[in-house]
Design a protein around this ligand. Structure first.
Ligand SMILES: Nc1ncnc2c1ncn2[C@@H]1O[C@H](COP(=O)(O)OP(=O)(O)O)[C@@H](O)[C@H]1O
Ligand SMILES: [Mg+2]
Length: 309
């Protein structure tokens, strides 16, 4: 059965037709494949305009695919049955301005068939979980973008769905808010949920996802387990030393290394086998102090740039 694959997408395409007289078509999604397994944190990445939101709209049944197949919980979309197991945060969640977060979450719960004191308790629980219980009874129009985003997240959680589909959950948040959303995603997964989320900020998610698919102009450019993708070799190593004498600098230059000056420090960036040891031996022999040795590996950004060209 498809039970372990909560999302299964094959050859999915979406073409938008625009203009009444001069027909223009936009190929937003050009036949993509990916799948999301139970209890995964899956990152759906790519720059603005890559086709992430369009794909998510097809998955959640907001728009119909032009062709291809998208299965949710083994059922072809749009499936009202599968939709019940999903908590969805849209890209720009619309929250009625004159409602309070408590009222909005209660309304979302109602739409999922929840009622009474159980819903009231669950509303408080999810508002607390996303960190806005203190603002539960303020009108939404007085809330910041970050608080709106959290209200949207609480609405996605209220019915205790098996899977969360979050479109840019970190957008509009400051670094602290982004970290809080990351922690929330981790803890929801620990409680057994599957999380599928999109983002255009590649660097934000390297330490988060089990697997990723990176889109560019409607096509998949990179796909796989993050550990596999980022397993690559060390690209360069930065060596920071203090108290490097002029003789020390001269010996390093003689040995073919470039010494850059930083406030109170010297930076030597090296590549290739044995270079780190050579630099350290020369620096130490010149009585310098080694402050930091930092290896740099390929990032998702690097990988994307490489594959996207
Ligand atoms: N309703 C629409 N009509 C026409 N073009 C659209 C529509 N929605 C999205 N697009 C286009 O499809 C492409 C992908 O958009 P989108 O899925 O929103 O990207 P992302 O979410 O990755 O930023 C863009 O070029 C966008 O302009
Ligand atoms: Mg989008």
């Amino acid at each position: 059965m498809t039970a372990e694959r909560l999302i299964d997408v094959k050859g999915l395409r979406k073409t938008f037709k625009q203009g009444l007289f001069i027909r223009r078509t936009v190929e937003a999604v050009k036949g993509i494949d990916f799948d999301v397994k139970r209890r995964e944190i899956f990152g759906f990445l790519g720059p603005n305009g890559a086709g992430k939101t369009t794909t998510i709209k097809m998955l959640t049944g907001l728009i119909a695919p032009t062709s291809g197949e998208a299965l949710l919980f083994g059922q072809r979309v749009p499936s009202a049955e599968a939709r019940k197991n999903i908590g969805f945060l849209p890209e720009n969640p619309y929250v009625f301005p004159y409602l309070t977060p408590r009222e909005f979450i209660t309304m979302s719960g109602n739409l999922s068939g929840m009622r009474g004191s159980k819903l009231a308790r669950r509303t408080i629980e999810v508002l607390d979980r996303v960190g806005i219980l203190y603002a539960a009874d303020r009108q939404v129009r007085a809330l910041s973008k970050g608080m709106l985003q959290r209200t949207g997240l609480a609405a996605a959680l209220v019915a205790d769905p098996e899977m969360l589909i979050l479109d840019e959950p970190m957008s509009g948040l400051d670094p602290v808010g982004r970290k809080e959303v990351r922690d929330l995603i981790f803890s929801e997964r620990d409680q057994g949920r599957t999380i599928f989320f999109s983002t255009h900020i590649l660097g934000d998610v390297e330490a988060m996802c089990d697997r990723v698919t990176i889109l560019r102009k409607g096509e998949v450019v990179v796909s796989g387990e993050i550990r596999e993708l980022l397993r690559g070799d060390v690209l360069k190593t930065d060596i920071l030393v203090a108290k490097l004498s002029d003789e020390g600098k001269a010996s390093l230059s003689e040995a073919g290394f470039t010494v850059e000056t930083r406030p109170g420090l010297s930076l030597i960036s090296v590549t290739g086998e044995g270079a780190v040891g050579k630099v350290l031996r020369i620096a130490l022999a010149a009585d310098a102090e080694v402050v930091e040795v930092t290896p740099h590996r390929e990032t998702l950004e690097d990988l994307f740039m490489k594959k996207a060209l």
